[in-house]
Design a protein around this ligand. Structure first.
Ligand code: SAH
Length: 419
């Protein structure tokens, strides 16, 4: 059996300092500099562990591109935007959006700023660079296309870190969102697809007495890991995450995802323009059928795994609590901000015209019958199995979206707005 290095590191850590929180475990398993799941390899696609919507079909990114062009036109602010993607994975979404900009002049002028990629993993940065330099999807590139290494020295080299994409965008990475203000002025369009679900969650459990306890992770005698409850009450910042009318006994909270959303909200209000489109799977408390308790899970080779089994070897993920994100934004009390959603992916894509885009692709004279079949089945996957579980949230600082009685952005219902 392959030596489980990350598991060894985590067991040693627990033995020396005691049980760790689920969030600490989650963070180590995904982003430990040496053994973290995202840090060393390409984890996407058929051969990887999971496939995401932008990887399923070009239509996904194309419709988001059209959404951005429309949002900029409706913003009533002529300033061009920087495009900032959080957790770009293989870079497919950024590549598809910027390709549309080469064909749609309104989008090119809306996005005439720079492209910023917030990415923690050197391996992912190298893949994003290859995809964006070539303008081709990762699956279409073979290893011969790697004209340069992604050794730590090249990843840290300024010439490597800033480049011109095949679609004519000046691109570079951010190590944190704080860096944005020193690197670029002006409003931004933020995109985050399956980024928030990769951020650490804490688990909390309610005792019969009504008191909350944090769930921790401890070593067990068989060389594995197990859950145990903390003996003392959770820190106040975690207690502050619990909604006042909470009825569940077991909940997951991600203050870190709230911190990111806070930063996006502050950015759009400080610029008086710009918007963020966040898409992820998660639940809407307005829909009690969706209220989940225990969603932390591993993914390996397209199968769900026990999240404690093989840290660093399988993906870890937890459903996004959109209501918590909205409460975090509301708590900021910032003027000049509108939030729309969560809107199911199915509604978003249908309103954005996926049917028309599909028929254009299917009637293209160059499409083989296999290509046509693939487009159709991709559209069905995006709308059916992923259509309800995946949701879109829009945070907008656009003057055009703040006016009383203004329309919701396409893909969102007016009644999902709060300011
Ligand atoms: N958006 C892509 C990839 C989703 S996977 C898609 O939908 O296909 C999550 C991405 O976020 C990966 O690129 C991962 O390396 C990155 N990531 C995870 N945690 C991060 C963090 N704390 N900071 C920055 N990037 C992170």
């Amino acid at each position: 059996a392959k030596l489980q290095k990350m598991l060894g590191v985590i067991r040693e850590l627990i033995k020396s300092k005691g049980p760790i929180t689920v969030a600490e475990y989650f963070k180590l398993a995904l982003t430990h500099p040496e053994h973290g799941y995202y840090m060393n390899k390409d984890v996407f696609g058929v051969k990887g562990d999971f496939t995401t919507s932008p990887e399923i079909s070009q239509m996904f990114g194309e419709l988001i591109a059209v959404w951005i062009a429309n949002e900029h036109a409706e913003s009533r602010d002529p300033r061009p935007l920087h495009l900032v993607e959080l957790g770009p994975g293989r870079g497919t979404l950024a590549s598809d959006v910027t390709r549309v900009a080469t064909k749609l002049p309104q989008l090119r002028s809306a996005l005439s700023g720079r492209l910023f990629l917030l990415e923690v993993s050197p391996a992912m940065r190298a893949i994003q660079r290859r995809v964006l330099l070539s303008g081709r999807p990762s699956d279409a590139l073979n290893s011969d296309d790697t004209t340069e290494s992604s050794s730590p020295t090249s990843v840290n080299n300024d010439n490597w870190r800033e480049f011109e994409t095949a679609n004519g965008f000046r691109a570079s990475w951010l190590d944190s969102l704080e860096q944005l203000s020193s690197q670029a002025d002006g409003p931004c369009c933020f995109l985050a697809h399956e980024f928030l679900d990769a951020l650490p969650v804490h688990k909390l459990e309610r005792l019969p007495s009504g008191e909350w306890r944090e769930v921790l992770i401890d070593v067990c005698s068989n060389a594995g890991l197990k859950y145990r409850l903390s003996d003392s009450p959770p820190p106040s910042d975690l207690l502050a995450c619990i909604r006042s009318n909470e009825t569940r006994r077991h909940i997951e909270v991600s203050p870190m995802s709230g911190d990111f959303v806070d930063q996006l909200a502050r950015h759009v209000t400080s610029q008086g323009a710009g918007f963020a489109l966040l898409a992820d799977y998660g639940y809407d408390v307005a829909n009690p059928d969706e209220l989940k308790t225990d969603t932390l899970r591993g993914f390996r080779k397209h199968r769900v795994r026990d999240p404690l089994l093989d840290p660093g070897e399988s993906d870890l993920t937890a459903d996004v609590d959109f209501d918590y994100l909205k409460r975090r934004i509301a708590r900021l009390g910032l003027p000049g901000l509108a939030v729309f959603g969560p809107s199911p992916q199915r509604a978003f894509l249908l309103q954005m015209g996926i049917a028309a885009r599909l028929s254009a692709l299917m009637s293209s004279s160059s499409a083989s019958s296999e290509t046509r079949r693939n487009h159709l089945s991709a559209a069905r996957t995006l709308l059916e199995s992923m259509g309800q579980r995946f949701k879109f949230l829009c945070i907008s600082g656009s003057p055009g979206r703040l006016l009383p009685g203004c329309q919701a952005p396409p893909g969102f219902l007016p009644e999902t707005k709060f300011t």
